[in-house]
Design a protein around this ligand. Structure first.
Ligand code: G3P
Ligand code: CA
Length: 253
């Protein structure tokens, strides 16, 4: 492991299975996560929201409409109501899973990359997330270093987590506008690295971010040619819907 501040991250380039192997199965489902592990994803990435009764669930959008037969905001439904819904694509293990059920299913042998999606909608979400991680042995003295990485576009939410649990590696997600030197220096104070859309990267920008001691995880990269270029430029992780493709590219190195 390489250590950046108190945050351990593996030295090799991370294969981050975006929503699981979401190129093959509906994203954020147990089926997609299981396949991601079979296809050599290092981390299963997921998006979490909070239900009306304070439970964390893995689903991309803040509403149910696009990916299930339900409607309305996650936060206006209980976990039991959400678990009764069907997803568009019918398959085994394709329902909206609670975070707890994912961690129970894959245990401490898997590695998790969890996005706090619009945490401003869910007061107390950070503490709830840390509680679930603790309960499942993913934080604390016995936990495997780098077993969990947390990510968000919301800097305030990440800073809250950093204050509560400074040992968890955090990834600040940013948009396509390149970060300034001043912003990069600020990110260094609470996060291990940045998640950046790959289309906005250049070799110079990758080097600039890395010079600040920050990891750089590019999202979401599905073509092998793009993966090869990013690896050459020095990114330290890649989000992909096709972890098998990235695995093959990394085998070439
Ligand atoms: O999780 C990193 C990146 O994937 C954020 O965008 O919309 O794919 O969750 P999204
Ligand atoms: Ca995500």
């Amino acid at each position: 492991f390489l250590y950046f501040g108190s945050s351990p991250l593996q030295a090799s380039i991370l294969n981050i299975a975006h929503g699981g192997a979401s190129g093959y199965m509906p994203g954020n489902t147990l089926a997609a996560f299981k396949l991601a592990r079979q296809l050599h994803g290092d981390y299963i990435e997921m998006d979490v929201h909070m239900t009306k009764d304070g439970q964390l669930v893995a689903i991309h959008d803040a509403t149910l409409d696009r990916t299930t037969n339900g409607t309305g905001l996650i936060k206006e439904h209980t976990l039991a109501e959400i678990q009764r819904l069907r997803m568009d694509m019918v398959c085994e293990n394709c329902a909206v899973p609670s975070l707890a059920s994912i961690l129970e299913r894959f245990g401490t042998g898997a590695r998790y990359y969890i996005e706090l999606k619009s945490p401003w909608r869910y007061p107390g979400m950070e503490r709830k997330l840390l509680e679930v991680l603790w309960t499942h042995g993913l934080t604390g003295p016995q936990a495997q270093p780098g077993g969990v990485i947390l990510e968000s576009f919301d800097a305030r939410s990440l800073q809250t987590i950093h204050r509560l649990e400074p040992d968890i590696p955090l990834i600040q997600l940013v948009g396509s506008t390149p970060a300034t030197e001043r912003q990069l220096a600020a990110y260094q104070t609470y996060c291990a690295g940045l998640g950046i859309p790959y289309q906005s990267l250049s070799q110079a920008y990758v080097q600039q971010v890395r010079k600040h001691g920050l990891q750089l995880h590019a999202f979401t990269v599905n073509e092998k040619a793009d993966m090869r270029r990013l690896v050459e430029w020095g990114v330290t992780g890649i989000f992909t819907d096709f972890p098998d493709r990235l695995y093959e590219v990394l085998q070439e190195i």
